[in-house]
Design a binder for this molecule. Structure first.
Ligand SMILES: Cc1ncc(COP(=O)(O)O)c(C=O)c1O
Length: 524
């Protein structure tokens, strides 16, 4: 690769013909002449060759003041495809191009502001995609344009989705640790942040009565009528304001699929609950823009940077994804602050507020989004799940609510029988069981308070939480802590990577399990 760019910060129409020509000469004519030479040599010597053109992520969106460079890299993509087409029956010749992210090079140094340049990775992060381009089978790469950031994040998804090629590396989720050999210890499965009491007894009772009933082995109600009505009453929204998903994960994926566009971007916080957002952005070619939190655990004031999010919104922003109260930090945005933020979001943006943990939050701190979506300019979607507070994660029931015209977007991509009959019934029963809900809420509230107080007494910095988990600065090796607890049958969450530093989290479990964790921490 040898590429140049004009560093004189001119708009495209300010360039002279000569200036454009110079760039095209190096960036397109150069690779063309080299390719021509090496192809002729390969044909003459009956030698296999592979050409890897270094294109750029810029071809998807362009960038201000880099018009000539953009044109040249698009031309290079054209060269790649043209050689591939003409060489399709000539197995001696393979060609592929790579679109890398911007990394530290002499060229990027010359036109990026210093701060942005210093935030870039060194070029070695690009090695895996080059290795793949150099070694993959010819028919997997011929004429393709490999998107390096997607490839680095998930090679299987990038190759399959971006390039419409056969799956060479199926996407697999790791089997969760609680399904491991420690399962038989009969302990606490706090790993996935569900309420610690587990299955609601009334759900067990109702389900055990209907197992032989035809209504559960035949196709489910495609309109989820009873559940829809129950949720409509629960949230005080119109039944048509609700869309159901196979867990809220599926609704996040669906929202990204709907609003993703090649030029568009989604604004997320850093960190966020990334399990669905990142893979879906990769699948649907959507650019995530991350806005870091402000505050620190030491000062007990970590929170979403709402002004940062507003500043990051541009004309190409399609979606904002905000988890509130937040996974992984447990913090919540103050009601008034959230209301004012939502009112400042422009009308071309859709805001998805993921309320997976809202039922653990103190009622006076909850902003009723059902009242807000009628007042704001943007499209606003609230997202809920039966997985956490209602402990029904295995049943996969989530729902979104918002104005019907917004909800219609989500409905467009919904499958007809998205939620099984058993799951509809389980969710309906859990929603009706107020006694169970009160027990879960009260327990979580008092244990959460107690754990934070105990951590304070041990001088372990921790974050006030409005969820069922608490972030703290771990005084011991975090992996060791989890292993020690696992031996006792207690499965702690592992969200260290999202939090960074020495931060980790514990879920609010039953008293005896929380106590065991606190006892261990008190030794350090
Ligand atoms: C913030 C957040 N949203 C959504 C989900 C997924 O929930 P569901 O089981 O409904 O797909 C989780 C699960 O951990 C979560 O933490």
């Amino acid at each position: 690769n040898a590429a140049v760019s004009s560093s004189n910060h001119k708009k495209i129409w300010e360039l002279t013909g000569n200036e454009l020509q110079q760039i095209l000469q190096t960036n397109i004519i150069g690779p063309f002449l080299c390719s021509k030479e090496v192809i002729q040599w390969a044909k003459k010597n009956r030698h296999h060759i592979r050409i890897i053109n270094v294109s750029s992520g810029i071809v998807d969106k362009g960038a201000p003041y880099l018009g000539a460079y953009t044109i040249s890299k698009m031309g290079l993509e054209g060269l790649t495809i043209s050689v591939a087409n003409d060489a399709i029956d000539d197995r001696l010749i393979s060609i592929v191009s790579i679109k890398p992210r911007s990394v530290r090079t002499y060229m990027t140094k010359s036109f990026f502001p210093k701060k942005e340049y210093l935030a870039m990775d060194y070029p070695d992060v690009l090695a895996p995609v080059f290795l793949y381009a150099a070694t993959a089978q010819r028919n997997e790469i011929l004429g393709k344009s490999l998107d390096e950031p997607c490839f680095s994040a998930d090679p299987g998804a990038a190759i399959t989705m971006e390039n419409k090629l056969p799956l060479i590396q199926p996407l697999k989720m790791q089997t969760p640790v609680y399904r491991s050999e420690y399962r038989d210890k009969g302990g606490a499965y706090m790993h996935f942040l569900q309420n610690p009491f587990g299955f609601c007894p009334s759900v067990v009772e109702v389900l055990s009565k209907v197992v032989n009933n035809p209504s559960v082995h035949q196709y489910p109600d495609p309109n989820y009528t009873q559940l829809r009505e129950a949720i409509s009453a629960y949230l005080n929204v119109d039944p048509s304001d609700i869309s159901f998903g196979t867990g809220s994960s599926e609704l996040i994926d669906r929202a990204i699929r709907i609003f993703a566009s090649k030029r568009g971007n989604i604004i997320i916080t850093k960190p966020t609950w990334a399990h669905v957002v990142w893979p879906s952005c990769i699948k649907y070619d959507f650019l995530p823009i991350e806005v870091p939190y402000t505050g620190s655990v030491k000062r007990k004031n970590i929170k979403h940077d709402l002004q940062g999010i507003l500043d990051a919104i541009n004309d190409w922003t399609k979606l904002v994804y905000l988890v509130n109260p937040c996974n992984p930090t447990g913090s919540i945005v103050e009601k008034e602050e959230l209301r004012s933020f939502l009112r400042q979001i422009p009308s071309h943006v859709t805001v998805l507020i993921d309320e997976a943990y809202i039922e653990f939050c103190e009622p006076e701190k909850r902003l009723n989004l059902a009242l807000e979506y009628k007042e704001v300019n943007c499209r606003l979607i609230g997202l809920r799940t039966f997985s956490k507070f209602f402990a029904l994660s295995g049943f996969r029931v989530g729902y979104a609510y918002g104005n019907p015209d917004t909800i219609n977007y989500l409905e467009r991509l919904s499958l007809t029988f998205n939620i099984s009959s058993m799951s509809q019934l389980a969710a309906l029963t859990a929603l009706k069981d107020k006694a169970f809900q009160e027990k879960v809420y009260k327990h979580n509230f008092s244990e959460r308070k107690r754990i934070c107080e105990e951590l304070d007494q041990m001088d372990i910095p921790n974050m006030p939480s409005q969820t069922n988990f608490i972030v703290f600065d771990c005084p011991m090796d975090r992996e060791k802590m989890r292993l020690e607890m696992m031996k006792e049958g207690i499965f702690m969450p592992n969200i260290d990577a999202a939090l960074g530093g020495n931060l980790t989290a514990t879920a609010v479990g039953l008293y005896e399990h929380n106590q065991k964790i606190l006892n261990l921490l008190s030794k350090y």
